[in-house]
Design a protein around this ligand. Sequence first.
Ligand SMILES: Nc1ncnc2c1ncn2[C@@H]1O[C@H](COP(=O)(O)OP(=O)(O)OP(=O)(O)O)[C@@H](O)[C@H]1O
Ligand SMILES: [Mg+2]
Length: 261
Amino acid sequence: MSVLTVDQVSIGFGGVVALDDVTLEIPPAEIRGIIGPNGAGKTTLLNVICGINRPDRGDVRLDGASLIGLKPSRIAAKGLGRTFQTARLFRGLTVLENMMVGLHLETRSGLFGAAFSSRAMRAEERELAERARRSLEFVGFAHLAELPGAALSFGQSRIVEIARTLIHEPKVVLLDEPAVGLSLNRSAELDRLLRRIRDERGVTLVMIEHVIRLVMEVSDRVTVLSYGRNIAEGRPADIRENPEVITAYLGRALDARRAAS
Ligand SMILES: Nc1ncnc2c1ncn2[C@@H]1O[C@H](COP(=O)(O)OP(=O)(O)OP(=O)(O)O)[C@@H](O)[C@H]1O
Ligand SMILES: [Mg+2]
């Protein structure tokens, strides 16, 4: 039984077909790498899953329940976390405060609670802060909680972004190029962290990544998109050897490297 299903999804923007009949079945506690050349539809796929873009055709299901037509915040509350490639921390807020920004809307007391019961709200805020602290602890950043966002390096703030997705105990987390701009050391740390999120939290990770080393090392399975189509899927070792993939993607990457050297 898959935790996340993308079922024959198609979506176009004007004349451009961004996703063309794409199907994915992702089981619980799997790390799924998504690779493909520029413009292949990778970001669009994440946007469709998390409800930012509505597909023209097809269905997306989390634990068997369709997500189509739900707002992104609703989908997030059902257990779908996401990081954005360009997200930055607010420099003037502490790391812990950064973790909690935007989460109040999702808490139980909601708008009514906020207006009528400040005591319930304070209790909820304390609980949220407690969960945020535990998430920071999980990624090994408990000691950074009270520092201003401005004090963190780029690599550290990327890890905080991931910690933030764990606050609500998601079933699935979507990661948009988590390794971009990370040093080699940080990127190795990221490998370990992603595996721990899978193994200790049972979370399924769907990761777009251009850093092929990371994708191939950390993914249980890899899906290759090209021109909006799912052209290959399998274990990293098989994907490396797949002639269609080599032509569509790895070949191009190799050509680029040759041209650069
Ligand atoms: N909001 C949009 N409006 C118009 N066209 C779009 C929109 N979003 C995506 N596209 C087009 O859909 C196609 C897929 O784009 P997408 O961003 O999903 O690719 P990608 O695989 O993430 O590429 P990259 O590796 O460069 O990030 C591209 O041709 C892109 O120009
Ligand atoms: Mg993209």
